[in-house]
Design a protein around this ligand. Structure first.
Ligand code: GLY
Ligand code: MN
Ligand code: MN
Length: 365
């Protein structure tokens, strides 16, 4: 990461976390990864289990094992190579000497890590800086926006390559694997989450897991997928009909599309997240599908596919320029199916930039 970019990120975090002498970011195993570690260090690889960061406003120290030494050093930051957990703890004690108030990210810290810290550095005052990190990470900088744009571009192109490969009799998992393959061919490091493919009635379940259902004429084909590019995600959904759509399918589809348009047109800096949700929800609730939009309109996208902020009835906070959020209304009807259309947008002063560009009108395959 460029020095200037790092300075900018640290400035943002410490602006919100003024009273701390340093941040201590802990990495456990794969169940307790704190993506803030990558936000600050941006290594070009590595997993960094059982590692830590000691972050001061003008200096970052990476404490990690020999396994990650080479990648860690390529960041240009100070690296302390540790030999096992006991040594990591010893180095944390050493490197926190002389510092009193330590910021911890309570959102990602495990209870075990916290109890260890209370034992090994009992003299410190710990402050929860998770909201500072959240605030900082929800406003994307240029590099982050470029990566998310690329992730969205990969997703948008990948579905165009997949559409001609959708064939009668193929299974949901076959189509999901095709989707992942096309995204990786186009430069994704991996899918940003497990691809959802739902045929026919299965599309009524927003978080359906693809199975062995075979595609048949008249089915909805719902694909919810995303690419990860240099750690940043996209999250897109397209719903098509295999064959000619019935009037009911078209009506559901066009209602969702109109709801999405209403959502897009409400977005600009300083609008409350809940009001964007309401604009889209009203379109559905004033149709005969009232009550069938059963989730929030959208969520932030970043290194996490479900990042901050949100377009939801409870999000009573103004959105800001350079936040990246999904707009994903849906109508779900058990025993019939469902439609979701999902795109990713960057919030602008006077509107939004839609960065996922796959066609949005109903496709009859
Ligand atoms: N892929 C899950 C979601 O759209 O939020
Ligand atoms: Mn999605
Ligand atoms: Mn989503």
């Amino acid at each position: 990461m460029e020095k200037k970019l790092l300075e900018q990120r640290l400035k943002k975090i410490f602006e919100y976390a003024k009273d701390v002498d340093a941040l201590l970011i802990m990495q456990g195993d794969e169940n307790s990864v704190d993506k803030t570690f990558f936000y600050i260090t941006d290594p070009d690889g590595g997993i960094f289990e059982s590692s830590a960061l000691i972050v001061k406003p003008d200096n970052v120290k990476i404490l990690t094992s020999q396994l990650e030494e080479e990648i860690a050093k390529r960041t240009g930051m100070d690296v302390i190579v540790t030999k096992g957990m006991a040594d990591l703890k010893k180095q944390i004690v050493e490197n926190l000497k002389g510092l009193n108030t330590i910021g911890l990210n309570y959102t990602s810290l495990t209870l075990e890590q916290y109890r260890d810290l209370l034992r090994i550095v009992p003299d410190k005052e710990f402050v929860n800086i998770s909201s500072s990190i959240e605030e900082s990470r929800r406003l994307k900088d240029t590099e982050e926006l470029n990566r998310i744009r690329e992730a969205a571009k990969i997703a948008s192109e990948a579905i165009q390559n997949v559409i001609p490969r959708i064939k009668e009799g193929m299974t949901e998992t076959e189509l999901a694997s095709e989707m992942v393959y096309q995204m990786m061919r186009l430069g994704a490091s991996e899918p940003s989450f497990s691809t959802i493919v739902a045929f026919g009635k299965n599309a009524s379940m927003p978080h359906y897991s693809p199975g062995n259902a075979k595609l048949k004429r008249g089915d909805f084909v719902l694909i919810d997928y995303g690419a990860r590019y240099k750690r940043y995600c996209s999250d897109v959904t397209r719903t098509m009909v295999f064959g000619k759509a019935t009037e009911e399918q078209k009506d559901v589809y066009n209602t969702v599309l109109a709801a999405q348009k209403a959502g897009f047109s409400k977005i600009k800096e300083n609008v409350n997240g809940k009001d964007v949700d309401l604009a889209a929800r009203t379109v559905i609730d004033e149709s005969k599908y009232k009550g069938r939009f059963i989730h929030s309109l959208g969520h932030g996208v970043g290194m996490d596919v479900h990042d901050h902020p949100a377009f939801s009835p409870n999000f009573d906070i103004p959105i800001k320029e350079n936040m990246v959020v999904t707009v994903e209304p849906g109508i779900y009807i058990p025993d019939f199916g469902g439609v979701r259309i999902e795109d990713d947008v960057i919030v602008k002063k006077d509107g939004c930039e839609i960065i996922s560009t796959a066609p949005r009108d109903l496709i009859e395959l």
